[in-house]
Design a protein. Structure first.
Length: 255
């Protein structure tokens, strides 16, 4: 695996702002039926305590990076509840109740009124897991957005960042955002990673106008239709890590 940090450039470079990108927006009506949330690139916070992202480059090869930059062009708040806990394999099954907007569940109705969405008497985490999905237009040659999955442990950081941007009269789709990770510990001294959000620069008026058109024409088409499609086994390893482990085992055998 390659290890590098994608440097924050002065000007945000994206295929979307090119002539090819404009042609894509102009013809999106003819291909909107095949643009599907399921096929978007998903970026997850690593399950361990190593503050590094795993992304795929233009050649579809996995790279480990410290940070990356993009434009947040859409936000979706979701929830999911499993009757069985993680030790019973619940997380790998379809949720017993889920919400694609964080407002109404498909089984238990109003999320705000549901006791499963509330903290316990001793500040225990809600039984119904909350997750934000950020549709992010990355730098480079990707013309469709990726989906950055923000776990409940990083939602406060996102909210603080959103307010910081709003204070200066900007919306999230008017600036570029740098995404990095920081290692922290919970009350039980278990280490995990949180997302750090940082504004990189403001977009030009022309870019802002085009991003709004892009959001209306593309992002709104592919916004979540089924939360189940976001569910992945929590213990799933990146292919690059699986390959490295396999190679290490072969080396041990040959020694």
């Amino acid at each position: 695996m390659a290890e590098k940090s994608l440097e924050v450039k002065k000007d945000f470079e994206s295929l979307v702002f090119s002539e090819e990108g404009r042609d894509f927006i102009g013809s999106v009506d003819t291909i909107k039926d095949v643009i599907n949330f399921r096929f978007l690139e998903k970026i997850k916070v690593p399950s361990g305590a190593v503050p590094m992202w795993t992304l795929k480059n233009a050649e579809r090869e996995e790279e480990v990076v410290k940070s990356f930059k993009g434009i947040i062009v859409g936000v979706q708040r979701t929830r999911a509840y499993w009757e069985k806990d993680l030790s019973e394999g619940g997380i790998n099954q379809a949720p017993d109740c889920s919400s694609v907007d964080g407002v109404v569940g498909n089984i238990y109705g109003s999320c705000a009124k549901c006791v499963k969405s509330h903290f316990g008497e001793n500040k225990e985490a809600p039984l119904c897991a909350e997750k934000l999905l950020l549709y992010v237009l990355l730098e480079g040659s990707m013309i469709l957005p990726c989906v950055v999955q923000v776990p409940s442990t990083s939602i406060k950081e996102y909210q603080n960042y959103l307010m910081d941007v709003l204070k200066f009269g900007k919306a999230l789709n008017m600036v570029t955002t740098e995404f990095s990770l920081v290692k922290v510990e919970n009350k039980d001294k278990i280490a995990y990673c949180k997302i750090q959000f940082k504004k990189a620069e403001n977009l030009s008026k022309e870019q802002i106008a085009f991003v709004k058109e892009y959001t209306n024409q593309v992002v709104d088409i592919i916004k979540l239709k089924a939360y189940n499609e976001t569910i992945e086994p929590e213990n799933e390893m990146p292919e690059s890590l699986k390959k490295a482990i396999a190679e290490a085992k072969e080396t041990i055998k040959e020694a």
